[in-house]
Design a protein around this ligand. Structure first.
Ligand SMILES: [Zn+2]
Length: 93
């Protein structure tokens, strides 16, 4: 899946369409002290009811994501690209 590097996108900070530059999305490490992590650790300890994992149906591929940076206010926002694919994104020039 190929994506142009520069594109016009809506910026919610400028409240208009501006030129954006696309970058690859990198997943960051989870925070150890976030509320979800603390709640999960508490559940595992045994003070809450059952923590059996739910069985979800397997999905084919993932929705791809890119980070786009506004060229006027330099704010970075993420953009999710429609369909589920197994192919990775290639950012063109
Ligand atoms: Zn902006």
């Amino acid at each position: 899946m190929k994506i142009p590097r520069e594109n016009m996108n809506f910026c919610r900070y400028c409240n208009k369409h501006t030129k954006h530059i696309a970058r690859a999305y990198n997943k960051k490490a989870q925070r150890g002290q976030s509320l979800g992590t603390r709640r999960h650790n508490r559940a595992i300890k045994g003070y809450v009811g059952s923590v059996e994992p739910k069985i979800h149906p397997k999905k084919l591929g993932k929705k791809q994501k890119v980070m786009i940076e506004c060229q006027e206010c330099k704010k970075i926002s993420e953009k999710v690209l429609g369909m589920r694919t197994k192919k990775k994104i290639e950012i063109g020039r």
